[in-house]
Write a protein of this length. Structure first.
Length: 89
């Protein structure tokens, strides 16, 4: 349901396209490496490999992609992890 909501929000803007979706981190890495998106939006709580693991170079396989992390965590430590791993926000 969350993926569908995000897809609908992004797709509503004619300047953006959703090029891939993944329900777990390792799949997200494989897709990102093949698709080379401009922006990755991983959830910090992805199963298998969390969002920080997805964004850590060189494992992401797409070093030119910007990363905006989706999370419900309000802990400042999570934000620090994201920024230290190279996240843009």
């Amino acid at each position: 349901m969350i993926l569908a909501g995000i897809r609908a929000l992004v797709s509503a803007d004619t300047g953006l396209d959703v090029v891939g979706e993944a329900r777990e981190g390792r799949t997200a890495l494989r897709l990102a490496a093949g698709l080379k998106p401009d922006v990755l939006v991983p959830d910090l709580s992805l199963p298998g490999l969390n969002g920080v693991g997805v964004m850590r170079p060189p494992s992401a396989g797409c070093p030119d992609s910007k990363v905006l992390v989706l999370t419900v965590h309000e802990d400042g430590a999570c934000l620090r992890l994201v920024l230290e791993a190279g996240g843009a926000g």
